[in-house]
Design a protein around this ligand. Structure first.
Ligand code: ADP
Length: 605
């Protein structure tokens, strides 16, 4: 069989995706390779296809136990002999798996990096023929990355101990130049073929919202997405608890996940989500790495994360199956203060000097600023993100909330002058709350205490709504006409750019939302029978329950949608459906085909 036939036979795909073929060819020709591809691009196929084309075994180093389990069950469903070796196995299970492996039962073996220092494992590896070693989530080898795993540094030492060196493939979704260099250096890739396909995920719809009341907005967003699987990220455990309770009260099946729960509960809740017993996962950023659930239809950030790297990684857990999915960020000014607090109180790495910590924090604050600009900009969100990661992009993507929003430009020079003079008159010592109170003429305790009700700026914007005022202040901040100084409760100060505005020499313009066009309907399910799709989904749910695997491991949403398009009434046609290989035809064809046939012949509609 050649690589094309393997792709069709085992994975059910008729064509390679961007970058896959080049990486596969490199590995097959004996050259090390490094693939940098976004989540959902299909990195696994890049080492699974070569694994099936050679005689020996492929070892896959993967950092997460849950990921291994999922990937191995997906492979087994596709008819590939695969197994995993990690600490979730009992001693007896481990020995059994090793003895099976020694008899050549497996083509692909997943291992945790910690395993690579175990003597019994090294001895086992010396006896078998290992053609390839694939390193998944290769950025874990770099201390620059967010997910540094010291045990990844064992990989090259492990390879040294083998009688000959297998071809090495490394894969990651996130790699800055520094991380990429670290991967090559610490894994000791030998003159590798490096391929970067770019970060864009065209199927993801990006949206930023600035609701008055986040909980109300969240419920509205969930009402529009009932029955769909999604993740809600919060910045604190307390918020996770609150929201999870709220959603359950409102009749949603929601699970929770954060580092304060026992390992047992975390595993149970994660399983409930992955196996569709709970549609919604409310979680801190402790949840996610290693979640391979491909049919997550939305990721909502209830709080803004502290940088775009984290945001893109978390939001990117939506739509791994390539179907359209939403990434929504609910922004509130308070999020910025929370992030500042986290940055200032975190100790990045043990052993760093005070000076190094200061440099680290400065960099984190810069990254927070970029994140905040993303959350508040009126420009194309996709373009902003891609440029942040160093890529070119079109001006408009037409698939983000800003591209679908019509803005108008408003001249707010007079408002800006009032705000700036209020900041100066109150001594540049107060935050947004006091400034808006003074401008609106609200006699709050602070206002009375400082006798601000006697100022000329008191009540000069009495007709403005607080949210509108806050919005203008934020925009002034973005244009560096105002500056927030200090952590916790930052105070507003003017800048040198404020004075020309105050003197009437420069005008100030901001963008205001005029109208939001509705999101383009997801093209993928257009023109297919929703009735048939629902029936196929129901059948999939029953089978998944019976076999104890997540539904998407049987068939992805994309594959079911394609079945509704192709309407295969026999085995041959069934094989042409995207995502149906020989093994899945044999396993499931006789159950799915009759349902489709009944629909086509009109016995049902
Ligand atoms: P990554 O590891 O890059 O995040 P995966 O390897 O999990 O992504 O692949 C994401 C999804 O894309 C999976 O459902 C996979 O089966 C699918 N996929 C991979 N290669 C192809 C292909 N050539 N054609 C269609 N779908 C593919």
């Amino acid at each position: 069989m050649n690589k094309q036939e393997i792709l069709q036979q085992y994975f059910g795909y008729s064509a390679f995706r961007k970058g896959q073929e080049e990486l596969i060819d490199s590995l097959l020709s004996g050259r090390d390779a490094l693939g940098i591809m976004p989540t959902g691009a299909g990195k696994s196929v890049c080492y699974q296809v070569p694994a099936l084309l050679t005689e020996g075994v492929t070892l896959v180093v993967s950092p997460l136990i849950s990921l291994m389990k999922d990937q191995v069950s997906a492979l087994v469903q596709q008819g590939v002999r695969a197994a995993y070796l990690n600490s979730s196995l009992s001693d007896a299970q481990y020995r059994k798996a090793l003895s099976n492996a020694a008899q050549g039962m497996y083509k692909i073996i997943y291992v945790a990096p910690e395993r690579l220092v175990s003597l019994s494992f090294i001895n086992f590896c010396k006896r078998i023929k290992i053609d390839f070693v694939a390193v998944d989530e290769a950025h874990c080898v770099s201390q620059w990355g967010q997910d540094f795993r010291p045990s990844y540094l064992n990989i090259s030492r492990f390879l040294d101990q083998l009688p000959y060196r297998p071809v090495l493939g490394a894969f990651t979704a996130t790699a800055t130049d520094e991380v990429r260099d670290d991967i090559i250096r610490f894994l000791r890739l030998n003159n590798p073929f490096v391929l970067t396909t770019g970060f864009d995920r065209p199927n993801l719809f990006f949206s930023t919202l600035r609701p008055q009341k986040k909980s109300g907005k969240l419920l509205e967003l969930l009402r529009e997405r009932r029955g769909k699987s999604g993740i809600i990220y919060c910045s604190t455990r307390k918020r996770v608890e609150q929201l999870c309770n709220l959603l359950n009260e409102k009749g949603y099946a929601a699970a929770r996940y954060h580092a304060g729960l026992s390992a047992g509960e975390r595993m149970q809740n994660q399983d409930d989500f992955v196996y569709d017993r709970k549609q919604i996962m409310v979680a801190t950023n402790a949840f996610g790495m290693g979640i391979d659930k491909s049919d997550v239809r939305f990721v909502i950030h209830y709080n803004m994360p502290k940088n775009l790297e984290s945001y893109y990684q978390e939001a990117g857990r939506a739509g791994r199956d390539g179907q359209s999915a939403d990434c929504i960020l609910l922004y509130g000014k308070q999020d910025v203060s929370t992030c500042r607090y986290f940055i200032d109180s975190s100790v990045p790495n043990e052993g760093l000097s005070a000076e190094e910590i200061a440099v680290f924090r400065k960099r984190e604050h810069d990254r927070l600023r970029d994140m905040t600009v993303y959350a508040t900009t009126g420009d194309c969100l996709r373009r902003f993100m891609l440029q942040y990661f160093g890529e070119d992009a079109k001006d408009n993507c037409d698939n983000c909330s800003n591209c679908l929003t019509k803005f108008e430009t408003a001249d707010v020079t007079v408002e800006a002058q009032k705000i700036l003079s209020c900041i100066i008159k109150t001594g540049q010592r107060f935050g947004v709350k006091v400034i808006t109170d003074v401008l609106r003429g609200k006699e709050s305790d602070k206002v009375k205490q400082w006798k601000f009700n006697t100022l000329s700026t008191f009540g000069i914007m009495a007709d403005s709504r607080p949210a509108a005022l806050r919005y203008i202040i934020e925009q002034l901040e973005q244009q560096e006409l105002v500056e927030s100084v200090g952590a916790g409760y930052p105070k507003l100060c003017v800048t040198k750019r404020s004075y020309p505005v105050l003197r009437g020499e420069e005008r100030v313009y901001i963008r205001k939302v005029k109208a939001l066009r509705t999101q383009a309907e997801a093209g993928s399910t257009e023109g297919i029978s929703t009735g048939l799709l629902a029936e196929l989904k129901e059948l999939r749910t029953q089978l998944a329950k019976k076999r104890g695997v997540p539904a998407y491991i049987i068939f992805s949403d994309a594959t079911l949608a394609d079945m509704c398009r192709v309407l295969p009434t026999n085995d041959e046609l069934f094989l042409t459906v995207n995502g149906v290989g020989q093994n899945k035809l044999e396993k499931y064809g006789e159950m799915f085909i009759p349902v489709i046939r009944a629909y086509v012949t009109g016995e049902k509609n």
